[in-house]
Design a protein around this ligand. Sequence first.
Ligand code: 3PG
Length: 212
Amino acid sequence: DLRLISDQLAATRLLPVVVISRAADARPLADALAEGGLRTAEVTMRTPAAIDAIRALAEVPDLLVGAGTVLTRAHVEQAVDAGAAFIVSPGFSPEVVTHCAALGVPVFPGVASPSEIMQAFDHGLRTLKFFPAEQLGGAPMVKALAAPFADARFIPTGGVTAASLPGYLALPSVLAVGGSWMVAPKLLDAGDWKEVTRLTAEAVALAKESTN
Ligand code: 3PG
């Protein structure tokens, strides 16, 4: 449920965003992430392999897998059916969030402006993806948005790297930071699990430093 997922995100404050081209990479990816210190992943519904990857990851013990790039009600159906424990969307779709609510599946819709945050609030949602974070102004923008929306919790995502990560994590309004930098498609395609683990461990260490 939402509480469990929020607690897990709050614990490491990181959400790796995966674009996977081969479902067979799901298991080694989960192992590489776990070795780096993360047991959470968002698999984007951008590739034909995404659903099978979600299905494989949903079977890994102690791994929390969600679906990202969820744009339609049909995507919600497919992702939840495959075992996605949460749904992430790049924007705010009343249809997507209403359907998630009906299914009882936590959803983190994307927002980029005060009006979109207010729409999400109207639907009772407080944990929101801020996307695309770097391009919209980065941590200073999140800080400015948090001022009028005191109970919003943001997951800034989009263009984030190890270099910009600490700036976001310094903000109390940031629940976790999302990004593909530690699970870049080129690393997956090359089977470079060592590098996935190294970048994950680096991010985990930065998150610990920024949080304490
Ligand atoms: C997403 O879908 O959340 C983004 O593609 C992730 O952004 P990034 O690839 O720039 O980290």
